[in-house]
Design a protein. Structure first.
Length: 321
């Protein structure tokens, strides 16, 4: 850890963004370690992977097979197809110590994660097991949004894409930005708390529709907003793609903090690894973001030495017990 602390020597940060975060949230910063993958650093060695478990309702199947993912994200999640019901799988996880679940899955050709068949089980999970529930929705239609409104979920996680070309060339999806805004409006209509995600560099490493995605989110105030950065995953057409520059990433972090001053803004799980991850995490602290998932080694100390008070949660970013 001392070597990393030298790389990210702390500053006395008094930026406008930090003042915004302190005025609205105080000095707490939360570091998250959900059970999507094993995680341990010198500063965060108490991960309980079962505490927040991930389930895919489609296993590793996805009709879109997006250019940046090619179903990689679904691997490692519990495969619902190998169990008789969502409720029974959640009950089994709860018996092992789970306090919350992420219910995810691949999309159909219209971008929707097929959730409707599991709504009644979700209600039972909430009412009988009391688990926190995050749901990956894909691009949900109004019927799905209305059904989720009956479940009292912890939050709907939805990637917001702000440019038509990205939808077609990366997601293989025949849709427009307005379709994402419609989904946000339906979730708002049915009182489903939203956790929209923006993927910086989703268009083959280029910043393209991210600013418009932020504008759409700001029109439908979320429970939490999550920022992630394109990862060049092995086994995808984007392996080797260069992500946005640190200058672009830092500027967007600051723009997001200013656009949503009273909304928690988090740095989520996905971003490049190595020294680039350290610098991205440092930018997140500098920009006044509220928390970081899987923080790089040295970042907890960097936050602490800049007057922030670290806390740790074994769950998706934004979840509190």
């Amino acid at each position: 850890m001392p070597e990393l602390i030298q790389i990210i020597e702390p500053l006395n940060l008094t930026t406008e963004c930090l003042e915004i975060r302190r005025a609205n949230f105080g000095d707490a910063i939360t570091f998250h370690a959900p059970g999507l993958r094993k995680y341990k650093t010198d500063e965060f060695d108490s991960q309980n992977a079962i505490e927040f478990a991930s389930i895919s309702v489609t296993g590793t199947a996805c009709a879109l097979s997006c250019e940046h993912c090619k179903t990689n994200v679904l691997h490692g999640m519990a495969d619902l197809r190998q169990h008789d019901s969502l409720f029974n799988l959640c009950a089994e996880l709860a018996s092992k110590g789970a306090r919350g679940v992420l219910i995810s899955g691949g999309s159909d050709k219209r971008g929707r994660v097929p959730l409707l068949a599991h709504i009644e089980d979700m209600k039972r999970v909430k009412n009988e097991l009391g688990l926190a529930m995050r749901i990956h929705t894909g691009l949900p239609d109004e019927e799905t949004c209305a059904a989720l409104g009956e479940v009292d979920i912890d939050g709907a996680m939805i990637d917001i894409i702000g440019h038509r070309d990205t939808m077609r060339e990366v997601y293989h999806l025949d849709a427009d930005p307005e379709d994402y805004e419609n989904s946000l409006a339906w979730l708002e209509k049915y009182k489903v708390p939203t956790i929209p995600h923006i993927i910086l560099g989703l268009h083959f490493g280029k910043i393209l529709g991210e600013e418009y995605a932020l504008e759409m989110i700001a029109r439908h105030p979320p429970k939490v907003m999550v920022l992630v950065v394109l990862m060049s995953l092995t086994g995808t057409p984007m392996v080797g793609v260069t992500p946005p520059s640190l200058e672009e990433i830092g500027a967007f972090f600051e723009k997001s903090r200013k656009a949503l001053p009273s909304t928690p803004v988090m740095l989520g799980c996905a971003r490049p690894m190595g020294n680039l991850k350290i610098e991205i995490d440092r930018l997140a602290v500098n920009a006044g973001l509220n928390g970081i998932a899987y923080p790089a080694n040295g970042i907890v100390e960097y936050a602490r030495q800049n007057g922030l008070r670290p806390q740790f949660i074994n769950a998706c970013c934004g979840v509190t017990w």
